[in-house]
Design a protein around this ligand. Structure first.
Ligand code: SDX
Length: 429
């Protein structure tokens, strides 16, 4: 009768062990029973990039990469994008259930009513160089925001966690808008309790003078859907960073700053900005075959394509593409979408991409929409960070409440020098 165990024989010593299999996993520490002698630390796993290592158990987001499935707390992303809002999804990700009408109203008031940041942030944001990258500014501002909230260090106090989770969800959009206004040489605009969360963000970004920026309803809804799509994505690079830094009991502001640093990278959240640069460099559809030839020859990557988990179409990319059509109805068609669509068509028929199961990911079309909505390219990853703030915080809180978790401290395989004596300067050459 089969049992949920793994039998392993170490052929170096002929020692045989049996270790339990739990929900498709084995505990790496069970392998330490296999030693060559009493001084041996025992077998460890070696998994650069964590290609095949589970870091945690989570109940927040489920992804099936082969089927192209994404669910927040069991709800399909397609249904949430159609019927929900970013703040409702934020409640869902944090609390595990959809809110009642009264809970949602109270949550929305708490968030929208808390979007203002301390006046001290105006000179802080103005201290950056005029063309500082807004993602760098937001990363620094997150750590700075934490210095206003020393009580955030009480990470095991649930009430304190709730206060700072609300603060961050509410104020990251404001810091993001401040970063944009600084680059644009525009005065900072505070939140307006008459507007929605996403409407406030658009107003803080684009209002000119005294008049409140009345975002077009289609654009406000499209951005809110894009926030929903980017809210969480299980153990991606930036969320794993949030968990790793959070495992040291760091306050959520500093941990969020670290997570945003990971997102900044062009292989991760920085890809949406890299896609626009790539599309502009290609310039027109006639240049696509030459560009694809270069990618296949190893001269760079097709940005916005490929994914560590999705070996099928990223379900978010499909929804983003649908959003694009709705946005272009209002803004006019962004000509870059033609290059992106043709690039997708050609790549999906090309053996190189088919064999490697490379499909468009969430970043492939999002930048084309952001640009049509008036966001500068450097703001694209900042928009990703605004949306992902709730995912990072939900995963951080789950980590703190998981009795299985302890400070993250991986092992290594040492390949350096053996012991040797210090050499006095006069004897070095
Ligand atoms: C996000 O993890 C998440 O969930 C992330 C995210 C989230 O919501 O948090 O979904 C958001 O980060 C999406 C990904 C955005 N990044 C990009 O679009 C950058 C371009 N894509 C890649 O660089 C790459 O696909 C990654 C980083 C996304 C995934 O890399 P992997 O899983 O480490 O795969 P790999 O680099 O080992 O590539 C495997 C093969 C290689 O070819 P061979 O060596 O086998 O010949 O596929 C090739 C790679 O060269 N390849 C690509 C490619 N991506 C992989 N070739 C051309 N263009 C690409 N985009």
């Amino acid at each position: 009768m089969s049992s949920d165990t793994l039998s392993i024989t170490d052929n170096r010593t002929n020692k045989a062990i049996e270790i339990p299999i739990d929900r498709g996993t084995v505990r790496a520490t069970d392998l330490r029973q296999l030693k060559t002698d009493e001084y041996d630390f025992g077998l460890i796993t070696y998994d650069p990039g964590y290609m095949n290592t589970g870091s945690c158990r989570s109940r927040i987001t489920f992804i099936d990469g082969d089927q192209g499935i994404l669910r927040y707390r069991g709800y399909p992303i397609e249904q949430l994008a159609e019927d929900s809002t970013h703040l409702e999804c934020s409640w869902l990700l944090l609390n595990g259930e959809l809110p009642t009408r009264s809970s949602l109203t109270s949550w929305e008031n708490q968030i929208v009513g808390n979007m203002a940041v301390n006046e001290a942030f105006k000179p802080f944001m103005s201290s950056f160089w005029h063309d500082a990258h807004p993602m760098g500014m937001v990363q620094a501002a997150l750590a700075a925001l934490g210095t206003f909230h020393p009580s955030a260090k009480k990470v095991h106090d649930r009430e304190e966690r709730q206060i700072h989770i609300r603060n961050l969800i509410a104020q990251v959009p404001t810091l993001a808008a401040y970063a944009y206004r600084h680059n644009a040489g525009l005065p900072y605009v505070g939140p307006d309790s008459m507007l929605s969360y996403t409407g406030n963000f658009l107003n803080m970004m684009f209002s000119r003078g005294e008049t409140r920026h009345r975002p077009h309803q289609v654009l406000e809804r499209a951005l809110d859907v894009l926030f929903i799509l980017h809210a969480d994505h299980e153990q991606n690079c930036s969320t794993s960073t949030m968990r790793m830094v959070g495992s040291a009991m760091t306050d959520p502001y500093a941990a969020l700053s670290a997570a945003s640093a990971a997102l900044y990278g062009p292989l991760h959240g920085g890809a949406n900005e890299a896609v626009l640069t790539m599309l502009r460099e290609i310039g027109n559809k006639e240049n696509i075959p030459e560009f694809i030839k270069g990618v296949k020859a190893g001269q760079g990557r097709l940005m916005g394509f490929g994914h560590r988990v999705y070996k099928n179409y990223d379900p978010r990319a499909r929804i983003v593409k649908r959003c694009a059509d709705e946005v272009f109805e209002v803004t006019g068609r962004n000509p870059l979408i033609e290059i992106a669509s043709e690039l997708e068509r050609i790549a999906l028929e090309d053996e190189y991409f088919i064999r490697r199961k490379l499909y468009p990911n969430v970043d492939f079309y999002s930048g084309v929409i952001y640009e049509a909505m008036g966001f500068p390219t450097e703001m694209f990853t900042v928009l990703f960070a605004v949306a992902r703030t709730v995912g990072w915080l939900a995963q951080w809180e789950e980590l703190l409440c998981d009795s299985d978790q302890k400070i993250a401290r991986p092992r290594q395989i040492y390949e350096g020098e053996e012991i040797r004596d210090y050499v006095p300067m006069e004897k070095r050459h």
